[in-house]
Design a binder for this molecule. Structure first.
Ligand code: S3P
Length: 183
């Protein structure tokens, strides 16, 4: 049986860029949850945070996640905070294969230090702050470590990471259909 494949991980861990490649190689549709939120609201993520607040963003994120999970043949790149809500974790556990992309705070900071599009990482002066990256990264580790598949996305090529995920998906499709048939 096919299930949606969901990529989780900290901001800047590569969910969208890896997800697109994996989708291409697996012949699945690629869905980017943040992009769907932007399309549906016609607002940018910083604008939603600034004008409506984070709780409103989390509600949108949840409802778009729910809708997206109705399709099985997909690779879904989530926003880094999707696993904070227990209801989302339970939903993902029930419906999907969840892969976490592991990246260190130092690598994240290097990738995102000039990018102002993630409101949670900005300090009072509007700069990405290493202290914030590290603090949020630490706080969230239990949520990211919850995923059954842990994939390192640092110190190796994008192709290697994509290949590892594609192989795991192929194995799972085979394993899952054989256990479903038996049971
Ligand atoms: C967030 C991650 C962002 C975006 C929003 C909140 C988070 O997505 O959803 O800024 O709480 O981790 P990316 O993980 O794609 O950066």
């Amino acid at each position: 049986m096919k299930k949606p494949v969901v990529l989780i991980g900290f901001m800047g861990s590569g969910k969208s860029s890896i997800g697109k490649q994996v989708a291409l190689l697996c012949g699945r549709e690629f869905i980017d949850l943040d992009q769907r939120i932007v399309l549906e609201t016609s607002m940018s993520i910083p604008q939603i945070f600034a004008e409506q607040g984070e709780p409103y963003f989390r509600q949108l994120e949840r409802s778009i996640l729910q809708k997206s999970l109705e399709q099985a043949d997909t690779i879904i790149a989530t926003g880094g905070g999707v696993v904070l809500q227990e209801a989302n974790r339970l939903l993902l556990q029930r419906t999907s294969w969840v892969f976490n992309l592991i990246t260190s705070p130092a690598a994240i900071f290097q990738r995102l230090c000039k990018d102002r599009s993630r409101p949670l990482l900005l300090d009072a002066t509007g700069q990405v702050s290493y202290e914030r990256v590290e603090a949020i990264w630490r706080e969230r580790q239990p949520y990211y470590r919850w995923a059954p598949w842990q994939i390192v996305n640092e110190g190796r090529s994008k192709e290697e990471v994509v290949e590892e995920i594609v192989q795991l998906i192929r194995l799972n499709v085979v394993f899952d259909s054989s256990t479903t048939e038996e049971g």
